[in-house]
Design a protein around this ligand. Sequence first.
Ligand SMILES: *[C@@H]1O[C@H](CO)[C@@H](O)[C@H](O)[C@H]1NC(C)=O
Ligand SMILES: *[C@@H]1O[C@H](CO)[C@@H](O)[C@H](O)[C@H]1NC(C)=O
Ligand SMILES: *[C@@H]1O[C@H](CO)[C@@H](O)[C@H](O)[C@H]1NC(C)=O
Length: 366
Amino acid sequence: MQLWHLSLAACALFGSARAASTLVVPNKIAVGPSIAQFVSGSSALDGPKLTNEVNATSFDWWYFDAVSSDSEAAVVIVFYLSTSLGFPFVPSGSVLSVDIFATFPNGTLIFDPLADPLIGGSATITTNGDGASGTWGGTGFSFEGAPDLSSYTVTVDNPVLGIKGTLQLNSVAPAHYPCSPKVAGANLEVSPHIGWANAMPDANAIADFTILGEKLQFNGVGYHDKNWGDEGFTTTVASWYWGHGRLGPYSIVWFDVLGNDGIEYVSAYVALNGAIIKTSCSGIKVRPTGRNSQYPPLSTSGAPEGYQMTIDLGGDYGTLVVNITTTTTLAPATIYQRWAGDMTGGVTGGPTYTGPALYEQFAFNS
Ligand SMILES: *[C@@H]1O[C@H](CO)[C@@H](O)[C@H](O)[C@H]1NC(C)=O
Ligand SMILES: *[C@@H]1O[C@H](CO)[C@@H](O)[C@H](O)[C@H]1NC(C)=O
Ligand SMILES: *[C@@H]1O[C@H](CO)[C@@H](O)[C@H](O)[C@H]1NC(C)=O
């Protein structure tokens, strides 16, 4: 008891970064400005990033995924604070929503969005150290993160949807921000008015779900990040390519965004055997390949066969060139598409590696 009092006093005295804080967000559109945080603090990488969560045109979400080692099965689970004006893919009329995309090895896709009135109540997000944990009303969807970002567990238990299970992620590559490692005072905007914090660029994933009586179980490569913004997503973004994957000893995350201002914004992250060798907002180019490979992509473009990505690793590391070939469609829409696929490539002149990737494309212009 004595010690417990002492440690609380120490926390208060030194303003310990590890003290947990909890935010409760009602299922109600906030009135007035929602100010976005675009410069990092010394902790709370995965914490909420808006004051006054959330007004009609802002958004703040937590994203989790995993793809099987053979690129055939996948699961994507997203926890949203956003109206459909903030982000057009959430159900309209609700501030709180969650969705799950589950892809079986034979390609069968189960997609379930949950919003008002099924959500009920409020979302609760607790930030502890750099990690966050969240519960979205009565949905049975929650996530729990370690303060040091080493592990996350996403839990789904929803009898109405017939989905029960967990996605476990154990990090194998350090967290980062769009243009830097995880440091205080870093820029958090990956493109204008869009924040990005990548808690888990690469993770060993164990997916263990029962969906409508069928098992979806696999080991593979996982990922977790969050995005937020203080303007509607489609107001600032014309198109974007994002994805992540594991290529032999390399953990790779890419962003190549075309803003509505006509400017291309990029971010490249590469870790080699679990140590960051690149985290920067330059030195990467991602372009579609094969059929439907026009750039910039339009809502009418159709799915490309894959992508080619070139990353200048700088210094002695050389240039990483990766071909990505789509094997499985995980979300088929025209303005939004998500896939799993195989990566092949390596540093020019070095060995060729292969590995799984999960990636997406937005294209809003027609
Ligand atoms: C939401 O907040 C932002 C300020 O961060 C403001 O620019 C925007 O106009 C607000 N939206 C609404 C609908 O009030
Ligand atoms: C694909 O797999 C799912 C889950 O095991 C099963 O329910 C479905 O019937 C299968 N579809 C086909 C076309 O085999
Ligand atoms: C990547 O694709 C290009 C163009 O099709 C091809 O020339 C190159 O050999 C491929 N590289 C690898 C490593 O597969």
